[in-house]
Design a protein around this ligand. Structure first.
Ligand SMILES: Nc1ncnc2c1ncn2[C@@H]1O[C@H](COP(=O)(O)OP(=O)(O)OP(=O)(O)O)[C@@H](O)[C@H]1O
Ligand SMILES: [Mg+2]
Length: 236
């Protein structure tokens, strides 16, 4: 199977503090891959480096067989790499429709109306609330809008940072189903989340970020033991 995204020997720091040491990650095309880890482990930092929001010290990041190091975030979006940061990153004063149109600006060759139809199919509530100001939507609805902002660029890979943060169990289930639907529609997924149960449920393979280091836990069916060890040692 082809790897859509590879992270090779990546090191990342904030000032003098090394936050990610020698990370290696492969995301095969068509799969859902997750990174779990406790607060401050470096999950967001890693997704930030893949999206181009944060620079790496050394190493390489390849998307669709080419290095994306040195490319700006908007250029990576145009290559089909979407990033949905932690929730409430929608533009609060804009309407739902304005948020979606703005998200499409960096993607040069997408069919706007086809992409709007696609996200309105997935989230009928966004279709009904197109002219509602985003800040007046509920937390769960804003998370759906944030996911839709990633999807409207018609990505090959979409990354989600803590998609379940602060959401009620019922909404977490909805997000889980949504990620499965997105995956079934042919989009490869990389998700970072603290909730191991959630990650375990949606993932084809899992990684653990711990003490600045990324460890591979295995494929679906293999990560049960690693999962228990994780719960015992990392989240205790
Ligand atoms: N802009 C920044 N400047 C300095 N240090 C930072 C910055 N952003 C993150 N860090 C530090 O880098 C480390 C990793 O943080 P990061 O946000 O990547 O962790 P995380 O795994 O996403 O945590 P969480 O589960 O709480 O979201 C932490 O020690 C954090 O304090
Ligand atoms: Mg984080």
């Amino acid at each position: 199977m082809t790897d859509l995204l590879t992270v090779d020997d990546v090191h990342v720091s904030y000032g003098d503090m090394e936050v990610i040491r020698d990370a290696n990650l492969s995301v095969p095309e068509g799969e859902v891959v997750s990174i779990v880890g406790a607060n401050g482990a470096g999950k967001t930092t890693l997704l930030d480096t893949v999206s181009g929001v944060k620079d790496i010290d050394s190493g390489d990041i390849e998307f669709e067989g080419e290095s994306v190091v040195g490319y700006e975030p908007y250029e990576r979006i145009d290559k089909g790499l979407a990033y949905v940061p932690e929730r409430h990153r929608v533009f609060p004063e804009m309407t739902v429709a304005e948020n979606l149109r703005t998200a499409m600006i960096p993607a040069s060759d997408v069919d706007e109306s086809a992409q709007l139809d696609r996200v309105f199919d997935l989230f009928p509530i966004l279709s009904e609330r197109q002219s509602q100001v985003a800040s007046t939507m509920s937390g769960g609805q804003q998370q759906m809008l944030a996911i839709a902002q990633g999807l409207v660029i018609d990505p090959d890979l979409i990354m989600f940072d803590e998609p379940t943060l602060g959401l009620a169990p019922k909404i977490v289930e909805d997000i889980r189903d949504t990620i499965s639907e997105i995956s079934e529609s042919g989009v490869t997924v990389l998700v970072a989340d603290e909730q191991i149960e959630f990650a375990k449920h949606v993932s084809d393979r899992m990684y653990l970020m711990r003490k600045n280091t990324l460890n591979y836990l295995g494929e679906r069916g293999e990560f049960e033991d690693a999962y228990q060890e994780t719960v015992d040692n990392v989240f205790a």
